[in-house]
Design a protein around this ligand. Structure first.
Ligand code: DQA
Length: 138
């Protein structure tokens, strides 16, 4: 299987950003353990702080190249009609993940433009949310 994890804005700061919420592991540290654990799965990783770059990557990944996309659109989840439309447009199934339980936080995080077009949604399990997302495609 070939999967891609797409991370949105500020997730490059994992490990040093609001560690009480997002933990102290960097994404690369976590990604290494995941690649080690799922050796037979081809897992790629892309991160961008730029909305259009995320949309471009969804388009590139969305037609046949991958079996699944694990998407944490981060703050754009709650604001981006464009990312929501891209998820709807593409053929490759997208599982939406969030590290924190967005429903236990500010009201503006309760809204997602991704969820209605996602295959499923995983929230609140820390970095393990990504692993659950990966497992959902295996
Ligand atoms: C997040 C939750 C979002 O509300 C927030 O803007 C993020 C990270 C999460 O993984 O918990 O940047 O997507």
């Amino acid at each position: 299987k070939k999967l891609i994890i797409i991370n949105g804005p500020n997730l490059n700061l994992l490990g040093k950003r609001e560690t009480n919420i997002y933990g102290s592991l960097t994404f690369n540290e976590f990604f290494d353990t995941i690649q080690e654990k799922y050796k037979n799965v081809n897992i790629e990783y892309f991160q961008s702080n730029i909305e259009g770059e995320i949309i471009n990557r969804l388009h590139e990944a969305g037609y046949g190249a991958y079996d699944g996309i694990v998407l944490n659109a981060a703050a754009y989840t709650h604001t981006s009609v464009g990312i929501g439309d891209a998820v709807k447009a593409i053929e490759t199934p997208v599982v939406e993940v969030h590290i924190s339980n967005t429903f236990d936080r500010e009201e503006f995080r309760h809204v997602s433009y991704v969820s209605p077009n996602a295959k499923g949604v995983i929230v609140g399990f820390g970095l393990q949310s990504y692993e659950l997302g990966i497992q959902s495609f295996l």
